[in-house]
Design a protein around this ligand. Structure first.
Ligand SMILES: *[C@@H]1O[C@H](CO)[C@@H](O)[C@H](O)[C@H]1NC(C)=O
Ligand SMILES: *[C@@H]1O[C@H](CO)[C@@H](O)[C@H](O)[C@H]1NC(C)=O
Ligand SMILES: *[C@@H]1O[C@H](CO)[C@@H](O)[C@H](O)[C@H]1NC(C)=O
Ligand SMILES: *[C@@H]1O[C@H](CO)[C@@H](O)[C@H](O)[C@H]1NC(C)=O
Length: 384
């Protein structure tokens, strides 16, 4: 091996060194507004831009809207930080097509409003007023697969090697499939019949990724939707006292619905583990990571877990969230709230969830933290 060969390949070699010590060198993410770090933001220059393009979205950390549906960072941002990685690059931000270098750094395909099932499914069910930007998991996979096909069929880089040290995150996804039906007033029977379709879709995309050589996948669960203020508001007049959990004020039957989705998702993951025992398939229990906050908010410095920080000018909140733009009213201190806009959580709540996940809680099998950098204060700089 001569020197020029080594110099030519040095950046490539260095980028893989951490994997020797069990670390991840990149993150690939699929999902919806819970993990969109800027894909929907690329529609902000279109006519009728979404609310997320406007202040106060982003006010706490970035001090400007970034397309994140929160006042600040998301669970995905905290996860990337803990791994010593920069925020996961939105694939829409990559101009002139995705290159091998982008692929080495990882990409985020998640987009606000995305569903697991294809748009045609909701059109056939007669769901009105779907956001024009609604994107599906299938489309996200196709975008990934297109880059994969153009980059990985020639070598270097060898994508199998990239994937060996990459963390893939599948979701959360599916929450919007349910939102669109619930807020159209569909009954619980119709919703329950949707669950198997949603988790089957998630499983099929996981299997496609495994076919392409993906080795480590995190699969987050659905949130406890019975604790989300937009749901509590929507069902306020039709609910009676006995339907609320006295410990936390959440609607029990809606949380049971989330748990039904989560159980079915775990069943699918079990099946995939049997088929592919070498793949690290990690279930991330967002449901209980969030429930811990709703059950004892004061332990975490949150005063108003079921109150909404960002509402419309008459103080109301509904689906889709009216936060953002002219006439928005925003609370003084989002760090005291769990709910940012009624549907999405505050940076404070996301950080609490992320911290417990990074510590290996709520991950099955337990997420290895051996390579995580504990000192996040230095990492914060990378995000700005
Ligand atoms: C991925 O892309 C390749 C090349 O375009 C295509 O042949 C293949 O069918 C795609 N895979 C899936 C699962 O769509
Ligand atoms: C309250 O709701 C529960 C569950 O839907 C129902 O069984 C019960 O009859 C209701 N009670 C009243 C007083 O409406
Ligand atoms: C609040 O104002 C919005 C328009 O800004 C309106 O659509 C909504 O119905 C109002 N809500 C209430 C409870 O008055
Ligand atoms: C983290 O790093 C910063 C900057 O290097 C340093 O000032 C701080 O003391 C460190 N904190 C811990 C807990 O090590």
């Amino acid at each position: 091996m001569d020197l020029s060969f080594i110099l030519l390949h040095l950046p490539f070699l260095i980028s893989f060194l951490p994997s020797v010590f069990g670390c991840y060198t990149s993150i690939f993410n699929f999902g919806d507004s819970l993990s969109d770090t800027g894909n929907l933001y690329y529609t902000c220059s279109f006519p009728n831009p979404p609310n997320v393009c406007f202040f106060p979205y982003g006010e706490t950390f970035f001090h400007r809207p970034t397309g994140r549906f929160s006042d600040g960072r998301l669970v995905l941002d905290f996860l990337a930080m803990s791994l010593g990685l920069p925020p996961v690059q939105p694939y829409q931000g990559v101009e002139k097509g995705i290159t091998a270098e982008d692929f080495q750094k990882g990409l985020n395909f998640a987009v606000g409003g995305a569903t697991a099932l294809d748009l045609s499914f909701f059109e056939q069910r007669g769901i009105p007023n779907l956001p024009p930007t609604v994107d599906s998991l299938g489309n996200q996979f196709n975008s990934f697969n297109q880059s994969y096909s153009s980059i990985c069929t020639s070598s270097p880089p060898k994508c199998k090697d990239i994937f060996k040290s990459s963390l893939f995150i599948m979701g959360e996804i599916g929450g919007n499939d349910y939102n669109y039906l619930f807020f159209d007033g569909r009954n619980i029977e119709e919703l329950e019949s949707l669950v198997l379709l949603v988790v089957n879709k998630i499983a099929s995309v996981i299997l496609e990724l495994i076919e392409l050589g993906v080795e480590t996948l995190m699969v987050p669960s659905n949130l406890p939707i019975g604790c989300l203020p937009v749901y509590l508001e929507f069902y306020k007049t039709t609910s009676n006292e006995s339907q609320f959990d006295p410990q936390n004020g959440c609607l029990k039957w809606l949380n049971q619905f989330s748990e039904y989705h989560n159980q079915q998702l775990q069943e699918q993951l079990k099946r995939i583990r049997v088929l592919h025992p070498h793949v690290h398939l990690i279930y991330v229990d967002y449901f209980n990571a969030a429930m811990r906050i709703y059950n004892a908010p004061k332990d975490f410095g949150l005063v108003e877990p079921l109150q909404v920080c960002c509402v419309d000018k008459n103080g109301s909140y509904y689906f889709p969230p009216p936060c953002g733009g002219a006439g928005t009213i925003v609370c003084d201190d989002p760090s005291k709230y769990a709910s940012w806009d009624g549907l999405h959580l505050t940076e404070a709540a996301y950080e609490l969830m992320a911290t417990s996940i990074i510590n290996g809680e709520f991950t099955f099998p337990q997420f290895s933290i051996s390579c995580l950098q504990r000192n996040t204060s230095t990492q914060l700089l990378q995000l700005q």
